[in-house]
Write a protein that binds this ligand. Structure first.
Ligand code: ATP
Length: 579
């Protein structure tokens, strides 16, 4: 019998029933594949985004949307926002009771509060019966109970017991957190085939689409969730993914947008009833749930309702908001997402011009303003894959679960040990070339032109071939193989005479957006800069209309072999360069 990655014996490969899971702090999703296509599974409530919440009422366990609804009436027996705490202990504190250093319990204020038992984090909930003693449920136990519910939902849907899964994790999940997640899953009788990083899961989902062309590209994956936003710059080279830089942010995510709407409507309520609904826990919980629903409605339509029965002191409250107003009041948060994405591109020592695609995933990526803002900071040539900016975008809430399911179906036939070995760091942390490699040829104007053959950050070993046209009448072709770097050429716009202002100051709300868009922007282009020459070869007497084939082979130790020969001709030139 094979061993799963944690310790527990797993099923034989042939007996496996596999799914993909995203296990978030706010929501989780489960997906499976049918005919090589991944589909997200709706649970028994019909939800594809299943809130990561457990709630106990009279000894019954509720999970998902039902448990989330109980955050209003039964917060102290509900466990929410706990994924983040897996594998983390309380952390050193300065002796204060329940003061946590390594975990942030902020979001748990609306649910059972994490407590400290000799450094371990647990929740105290009445899970047996409402009158009885409260039980201590550790973070690991909460994760096990929740994962068990996900697996049951998936098994019911598929009509067979799910045995194994690929689960996605953030790129900054520590080894301890990974171990804790695997243990929690194993305790739920689930074999973890592999943990894959969230951004790579999203890329797998995109690359598996029938229309996808697997090409060398640099992709930004913006995973904007409820309590955290994770952005990664990933190089995809010949189907290998390399994470070049990441950023993790807890200040700009979905809950901050909920807060903007909560504050907005609370102020309206105060104007009418002179009482602040935020000062009472139950009113606050109602406000939070309705704010989130209104926020989601504003992603689809341009107007949304906000209404709550008996919000505070017995007063009902009802109002509306339009998208423009929402975008105005949330402007600071929206700008934060821009800075986050720009920051991680810089961290990867790249420019926005280097980015081929931005994959937007996570629930908050449904927000049109965020996608439109990113559209404005990236050049036209960069695809912004979000519902607001691209018809071919995958539902941002589903991309990662789909990627995990595809990976699960790909590796399910392997023995657990083989899967482990193939994903061992020694194999996946391969060397990369730091500069592009390409050929320099002379164009008809006599200028040197650089044609990249292999992009920077290509994982070694790698091999690429190009065909270069010989001069019109044939003859000798001189091939220079060089390293290439890029720099950004900035052309400032010609200063324009100012239009006379005719008294119209444009006081309506959208004038700010318009004036920004109309501003003439400087032109920025990516220009190749020639670096070190690696090889030079002359192919003599190439036929009229002939072509020269150049192959660059980068070995695992970064040594380079260059071969040049006439297409269809005999012989050729080959040179080796040490790493
Ligand atoms: P995290 O781990 O960061 O807490 P998650 O990965 O568990 O998040 P997601 O489902 O990716 O959860 O994101 C949840 C967030 O997305 C919530 O703030 C939710 O309100 C928001 N969201 C979901 N759908 C939409 C929508 N249609 N428009 C705007 N926001 C949405």
């Amino acid at each position: 019998m094979s061993e799963s990655r944690g310790a527990k014996p797993g099923p034989e490969p042939a007996d496996r029933v596999v799914i993909g899971i995203t296990f978030g702090n706010s929501n989780s999703s489960i997906a499976f594949t049918v005919d090589d296509k991944a589909e997200v599974i709706a649970n028994e409530d019909g939800d594809r985004q299943i809130p990561t919440v457990l709630s106990y009422v009279d000894g019954d366990e509720y999970y998902g949307a039902q448990a989330k609804a109980f955050l209003v009436r039964n917060p102290s027996n509900s466990i929410a926002y706990f994924r983040e705490f897996l594998g983390k202990d309380r952390g050193a504190n300065n002796g204060a009771l329940n003061s946590f250093k390594s975990i942030d319990p902020t979001y748990c204020h609306a649910a059972a509060h994490p407590q400290d038992n000799a450094g371990n984090v647990f929740f105290s909930v009445k899970d047996k019966d409402a009158e009885g003693e409260a039980s201590s449920v550790s973070v690991s136990e909460a994760a096990t109970r929740y994962l068990r519910r996900l697996v049951t939902s998936a098994s019911d849907y598929l009509g067979k017991k799910v045995t194994s899964a690929v689960i996605t994790v953030p790129t900054n999940f520590s080894d301890k957190q990974r171990e804790a997640l695997i243990k929690a899953a194993n305790d739920a009788d689930l074999e973890v085939l592999q943990l894959i990083s969230d951004p790579v899961a999203a890329m797998l989902a995109y690359d598996a689409r029938p229309e996808a062309v697997v090409e060398d590209k640099i992709v930004v994956v913006a995973d904007l969730g409820g309590t955290r936003s994770d952005v990664a710059v990933v190089a995809s080279r010949g189907g290998m993914y390399t994470v070049l830089a990441t950023a993790h942010d807890y200040e700009f995510a979905g809950v901050q947008l909920d807060q903007v709407l909560m504050d907005h409507f609370a102020k309206e309520f105060i104007k009418k009833h002179t009482t602040d609904p935020r000062s009472n826990a139950k009113s606050l919980a109602k406000l939070r749930q309705e704010a989130e629903a209104t926020k989601k409605a504003l992603s689809l339509g341009t107007n949304a309702q906000f209404s709550i029965e008996s919000l505070a002191e017995g007063f009902d409250f009802s109002s509306t908001i339009n998208r423009l107003r929402y975008e105005m009041i949330g402007r600071k948060v929206f700008e934060g997402f821009n800075r986050l994405v720009e920051g991680v591109v810089k961290k990867a020592e790249l420019d926005v011009l280097d980015i081929d695609e931005v994959i937007m995933c996570g629930g908050t990526s449904h927000t049109p303003r965020i996608a439109n803002n990113l559209r404005n900071i990236f050049p036209e040539s960069t695809k912004i894959l979000a519902p607001a900016t691209s018809v071919s975008a995958i539902n941002p809430s589903e991309a990662q679960a789909r990627g995990a399911a595809l990976q699960a179906s790909l590796i399910q036939e392997y023995e657990a040990n083989d899967i482990e070995q193939s994903t061992h760091p020694a194999v996946t942390t391969v060397k990369h070339i730091s500069n592009a490699i390409g050929v320099v040829t002379i164009n008809p104007d006599g200028e040197e032109v650089f044609t990249p053959i292999m992009q920077a950050e290509t994982a070694a070993p790698a091999r690429r071939t190009v065909h270069i046209a010989a001069p019109k009448d044939g003859g000798d072709v001189l091939i220079k193989v060089v390293e290439g770097g890029t720099h950004i050429k900035v052309t400032k716009p010609e200063p324009k005479a100012k239009e006379p202002v005719n008294g119209d100051k444009g006081s309506d709300a959208d004038s700010d957006f318009d004036s920004e868009e109309e501003e003439e922007e400087e032109k920025r282009e990516k220009i190749w800069k020639l670096g070190k020459q690696l090889a030079e070869a002359a192919i003599k007497g190439v036929k009229k209309g002939g072509k020269v084939e150049v192959t660059i082979n980068v070995l695992a130790d970064l040594g380079v072999t260059v071969t040049a020969r006439e297409v269809g001709g005999k012989g050729g030139v080959r040179g080796n360069l040490a790493a």
